[in-house]
Ligand binder design. Structure first.
Ligand code: HDE
Length: 703
């Protein structure tokens, strides 16, 4: 360990020549403390490299006199601080990123010339940023919202940005409406609330007037919008893209990221508690996993189809409010994304990373999806606003890992102007600088286009309800209830009743039971349904749309909260800790006080959390290890009683010692249901840890 400068160490006062010894009593009184002379870090300098003599006191005339303008060190330090903030992203402001790599399972040369997909086993460096959409940069993680899933691939042919979400469809069909949906979802302009949520009049007013959003609304009201962590979400490119092979044959492709840990979401009531107890829950989860070497992985799945399929498909493949069910076009798993390194500096990397949908590489191409086409303008424009210079591509996190040569020059923060005399093309200088490459350069797929120039929406985009119905009917009854509950919650926040009524007019077209349940939950009558432009068709349910049907039976990557008291059995605790570890999960100890407890065998255990700081909602499963003498410290503690009550209410798998039943009795729980497992022997522990793979004991809460 190096000797870091400490405020309490003796220091020399360089301005007065007096020797000032500071101990606790003086800290914070006069600020006359200085860096220790024996600091072993590098020498501090100004931004221009001039060594700094004193970073604690400004230059002044006399010990109690005014500061001097001449103090360039002071002025530079404050000036730089004043300029630390850049505009946050207008959407997706709150995000968290990690470095990693993408590895091919096989060559995709049959589909595309894109260099990164040519060789099995080849790895391409990546940076991925996850985000929420609506909230400001400091908003909590566990809000009901779409999650962004954006990956930059640093390929040998330049950067490819796959800028997706954890939901495969979008609210609107044309990019021109994006400012409206975002304005409607963000805080209202007069009062500047509510923050980071859609439960308010403006959002539902807009939605109720925008039937094309109904499919997306089913997704955002489902548990997809409150994921357990970034490690447990899918990612979708949303639009149909193109892959073009060496023969010039183009096929359509939709991109899917599938998490190796499986899908998992929290309950709404847990989300509310998590946001209070740990607003950084998703960040911390990703940070902890990567720092401990448990690298999250996703598989890249492609849905590949051709014009014949597109022509025969019931919906327009250019419509971003539609999916292509996996039952119709199965996923071809072509590689894996591994996130294995956190940024060294959040601002430099996660904040300054600039994703642009128009960043594609030869062998890939866009389609005429009107949302994608609009995005291709927006992302470049927004990066200039955020990062302040057209040279943002030179920031290391954005810089391609392959050579960059062109005649672009100058602009703020330029580091890379062309060398020599030639800065235009054509020129006759030799060397005349970079030249376009007809063979390997990016060429757009030569699609034939014709038509009348008009502002319009194609009729093939007019069915707004069929896939909303398909999504709803593909869910398990538990998930269907959660969609209804979410709608009841959100609509109950609306102040103007005609907006609520207008939302309700859409629901019967999706599903009459859903509509009735929501209306009953609000205590309202169902109004006459809206009249759709096109009557919905019944589509077969798709299992891939349900989280619970897609969930993996595994406790790997999860977290168990273990409440402990003095006097607990060492063997049971040890078995539980090693059982959790063997399952690939982590355990956290929670005690009445952070100092921890002493076991029956005399071992001193420090707690990771004091009970007040650790509601059971933070954990995937819980255990209460209380001794006969120790349990009263828990029953007397409100936080411990809430822990037990919430663990019951949220359907947690619960492991418990016999005496721990007093804690549950204190919250009205007598006896044990099948999700509560007695931990008396080491083999009981095995049964419990195995049961935790279920992730929740649903019969307790869903009947
Ligand atoms: Fe974005 N979106 N978006 N979006 N989007 C931005 O770019 C935009 C859309 C998505 O982690 C902005 O750098 C328009 C769909 C992600 O840095 C901005 C439209 C999907 C991120 C922008 C859409 C996304 C953004 C704001 C409608 C899923 C965060 C800051 C046509 C496929 C990337 C920025 C990151 C960010 C525009 C719709 C995903 C303003 C105009 C659909 C994951 O350019």
């Amino acid at each position: 360990m190096t000797d870091t400068p400490h405020r309490n160490q003796p220091t020399a006062d360089t301005t007065s020549g007096q020797h000032v010894v500071e101990r606790n009593a003086r800290v914070g009184q006069g600020g006359e403390v200085h860096q220790t002379p024996d600091s072993s870090g590098p020498r501090m300098t100004s931004m221009h490299g001039v060594p700094t003599s004193d970073n604690q006191n400004s230059l002044r005339a006399g010990a109690r006199g005014p500061l001097l303008m001449e103090d360039f060190h002071f002025r530079e330090k404050i000036f730089h601080f004043d300029h630390e903030r850049i505009p946050e992203r207008v959407v997706h402001a709150r995000g968290y990123g990690a470095h990693g790599y993408f590895e091919n399972y096989e060559s995709l040369s049959d589909l595309t010339t894109a260099d990164l997909f040519q060789r099995a086993g080849e790895k391409t460096e990546t940076f991925t940023r996850f985000s929420t959409v609506l909230g400001n940069k400091g908003s909590p993680d566990m809000v009901r919202d779409v999650r962004g899933f954006a990956t930059k691939f640093y390929t040998k042919q330049g950067n490819w940005d796959l800028v997706g979400n954890n939901i495969p469809v979008f609210f609107i069909q044309d990019a021109i409406k994006f400012p409206d949906i975002v304005h409607a979802g963000k805080p209202a302009p007069d009062r500047d609330f509510p923050q980071a949520q859609t439960a308010h009049d403006n959002f539902w007013d807009f939605i109720s007037l925008m039937p094309e959003s109904m499919h997306m609304i089913m997704w955002t009201m489902s548990d997809r919008a409150i994921p357990r962590g970034f490690r447990f979400i899918e990612g979708f490119g949303v639009h149909s893209f193109r892959m073009v092979n060496a023969e010039g044959v183009s096929r359509y492709v939709k991109f899917h990221w599938r998490p190796k840990l499986g899908l998992q979401s929290v309950l709404w009531d847990e989300a509310l508690r998590i946001n209070g107890a740990d607003p950084d829950f998703h960040r911390r989860d990703l940070w902890d996993a990567i720092e401990m070497g448990d690298y999250p992985e996703w598989e890249l799945g492609l849905q590949v189809f051709d014009d014949d399929f597109a022509d025969a498909f019931a919906f327009d493949i250019l419509d971003p409010t539609k999916i292509i069910p996996e039952e119709e076009v199965p996923l071809r798993m072509v590689g894996r994304l591994v996130l294995n390194r956190m940024p060294d500096n959040f601002f430099n990397e996660t904040e300054q990373v600039a994703f642009c949908t128009q960043n594609i590489v030869p062998g890939l191409d866009f389609t005429n999806d009107p949302l994608l086409q609009g995005r291709n303008f927006s992302y470049l424009d927004t990066q200039l606003k955020r990062l302040g210079s057209p040279n943002f591509t030179q920031i290391p996190i954005n810089a391609p890992r392959c050579p960059v040569h062109n005649f672009m020059q100058d602009g703020h923060m330029q580091n890379r102007g062309p060398k020599g005399r030639a800065n235009y093309e054509p020129n006759s200088w030799s060397p005349g600088g970079p030249r376009a490459d007809v063979e390997e350069g990016f060429r757009s797929y030569p699609e034939e286009i014709s038509g009348v120039k008009r502002k319009l929406r194609p009729e093939s985009f007019a069915d707004h309800y069929s896939q909303a119905r398909q999504f709803y009917l593909s869910q398990t009854p538990i998930e269907q209830r959660h969609i209804a509950d979410a709608l009841i919650f959100e609509l109950s926040k609306i102040e103007v009743e005609r907006i609520t009524e207008r939302v309700l007019t859409h629901l019967p077209i999706i599903d009459p039971n859903l509509a009735q349940n929501v209306a009953s939950g609000l205590g309202m009558d169902l109004p006459d349904p809206a009249i759709p432009m096109i009557d919905p068709i019944d589509l077969p349910p798709s299992d891939a749309l349900s989280i619970l049907k897609m969930q993996k039976q595994s406790f790997k990557g999860r977290k168990m909260g273990i409440v402990v008291t003095d006097g607990i059995d060492d063997d049971v605790l040890d078995a539980l800790l090693s059982g959790v570890k063997a399952a690939g999960a982590v355990a956290a100890l929670i005690a009445a006080r952070i100092a921890g407890v002493t076991t029956a065998g005399g071992a001193k255990l420090k707690a990771h959390y004091a009970a007040e700081a650790a509601p059971s909602a933070l954990f995937d499963a819980v255990a209460v290890l209380a001794s006969v003498d120790g349990v009263s410290t828990l029953t007397a503690l409100h936080a411990a009683r809430s822990f037990a009550a919430d663990a019951m209410a949220h359907g947690k798998l619960i492991g418990m010692t016999g005496p721990a039943s007093a804690l549950f009795a204190a919250v009205g729980v007598e006896g044990r249901d099948a999700g509560m497992i007695l931990l008396e022997t080491v083999s009981d522990v095995d049964v419990f840890v195995t049961a935790c793979a279920e992730l929740r004991y649903w019969p307790r809460i869903e009947g």
